[in-house]
Design a protein around this ligand. Structure first.
Ligand code: BES
Ligand code: MN
Ligand code: MN
Length: 462
């Protein structure tokens, strides 16, 4: 496939410009103010699949946002790769912290990205990474080197829990039938240290509300005599970790998979520089569960984090008030064998139990999902590994990741096939944060690498 490089040289400007058009569309699934933009983005991805060479493209309606489906079936006896990704994006807030508007993409050169990086919400998570697959398909079709069948499924609700997709997958087993699922929605260690994600954490996301008196009170007249919901919430949250940063919810660790010493030693071999990690985040030390390394803390260990907290007066100046309510949003990242629904129940029971007299507590569960791991001796992993080796000149490192893509374990349960997580982003891409970006080099490298996956996967199976 020598000509993938020349094809890229010839068409890269157009590829980048096409991606920029998609990034201009504010497909924020969490905020209904953007509903029409989300629908328009589905149309745009459908058009791009048609232009890239899919024979059949459909916009499948759901209870929520539609799923863009496309396929090119060249021979029923050949294997089928199902590509999954999402066209929705996270809200851009806080807008003030962006150096350029989130839906007005700009390309800037940086030290890490001498060829430039595209700055826009969704550049890396996940439009840029989905578009690599669309353009890889264009190349394979245009040059007659597509070696197997391909199906695309691009959803619009990943960032809000993939609810409609779950139903769609359950109802469309035969339409989605495949031999392997291919996903670029993760990252790699560094541009010169390619890695393949072999695990994702599960998730339980809850919202808590602590209510004290039936109205906001004067903090002088009542202060000291009634429970202050904000004080209480802060205490309750603080009590969820002990002095070793273990989570204190009874039963929380009961099913947690403990890795063997050999497995932990293998993980230790993944390249990691603590000083670079700290300086990239401008922190003087890392923080976390005792007896585990940073790489373990953010991948094989479960966590509990407050994602947002509010209550009382937060405007300018001072207002002396005891708020009636305080609230927080809490995520728990889960690891193999923990069941997210069970963990949610454990949380609710515990949180209600630790509430002191004088307040009422309400816990509302949001979405969740299970964790995922994939073995490295499978044909799919080996094909991905050979593909990276071909284009990066290095064997990629297998690495478990801390993020979650709850639909991946569901694919395995419903469709019976594994997902290969070939991500080309970097942790420094600032996904979900202000100034999200995706390296132009990474975008092009992805397009270059993906056709080799198809080639090696079909060869290894054949
Ligand atoms: N693409 C991310 C997940 C991810 C990023 C995994 C980098 C590994 C490395 C995905 O879009 C995401 O943000 N998932 C959410 C979960 C979802 C249920 C909202 C997450 O991990 O917070
Ligand atoms: Mn994503
Ligand atoms: Mn995301």
């Amino acid at each position: 496939m020598q000509n993938i490089k020349s094809y890229l040289d010839q068409h890269k400007e157009r590829f980048i410009n096409e991606l920029i058009q998609l990034l201009k569309m504010p497909s924020v699934s969490a905020d209904s103010a953007y509903a029409q933009d989300v629908l328009n983005t589905a149309e745009a991805f459908a058009t791009s699949l048609k232009e890239a060479g899919c024979d059949l493209v459909e916009i499948c309606e759901t209870q929520g946002y539609p799923i863009v489906y496309g396929e090119k079936i060249i021979d029923k006896d050949l294997p089928t790769v199902l590509v999954y990704g999402h066209y929705d994006v996270q809200p851009p807030d806080p807008i003030d912290l962006w150096h350029s508007p989130p839906f007005d993409p700009v390309i800037k050169k940086t030290e890490l990205h001498p060829d430039g990086a595209i700055y826009a919400r969704g550049a890396s998570d996940d439009k840029g990474q989905v578009y690599m697959h669309v353009k890889a398909l264009e190349f394979m079709v245009a040059n007659n080197v597509l070696p197997c069948n391909v199906k695309f499924m691009i959803e619009g609700e990943e960032e809000v829990g993939s609810e409609s997709l779950s139903a769609f997958v359950k109802e469309n087993h035969s339409k989605l039938k495949n031999d392997i699922i291919l996903i670029s929605d993760t990252g790699m260690i560094a541009n010169d240290i390619p890695s393949i994600t072999t695990g994702l954490r599960g998730l339980s996301y809850v919202e808590v509300e602590v209510t004290g008196p039936n109205r906001d009170l004067h903090s002088g007249l009542y202060g000291g005599a009634v429970a202050n919901p904000i004080n209480i919430l802060a205490k309750m949250i603080a009590s969820l970790h002990d002095e070793n940063n273990h989570i204190t919810i009874p039963g929380f660790y009961d099913k947690v998979e403990e890795l063997t010493r050999e497995e932990r030693e293998a993980m230790e071999k993944a390249p990691f520089e603590l000083d670079a990690y700290k300086s990239a985040l401008d922190i003087d030390d890392v923080y976390g569960e005792a007896s585990y390394s940073t790489n373990e803390r953010n991948s094989i260990r479960p966590t509990l984090d407050v994602n947002g907290i509010w209550g009382g007066y937060t405007g300018e100046g001072a207002k002396t008030v005891i708020a009636s309510k305080a609230c927080a949003k809490i995520s728990m990242r889960l690891v193999p064998h923990q069941d997210w629904k069970e963990i949610t129940e454990l949380f609710i029971t515990h949180f209600e139990k630790i509430a002191p007299a004088g307040v009422k507590v309400k816990v509302t569960p949001h979405h969740g999902g299970e964790s995922y791991v994939t073995p490295i001796d499978s044909v799919g992993y080996q094909a991905a590994s050979k593909a990276y080796e071909t284009t990066f000149g290095k064997v990629p490192v297998p690495k478990r990741n801390g993020g979650s893509i709850p639909i991946v374990p569901l694919f395995e349960k419903e469709l019976g096939t594994k997902s290969i997580l070939m991500g080309f982003g970097l942790d420094s891409n600032a996904i979900h944060s202000p100034n999200e970006h995706f390296g132009v080099w990474n975008f092009l490298k992805g397009i270059e690498t993906i056709p080799y996956f198809y080639k090696y996967y079909t060869e290894l199976l054949g």
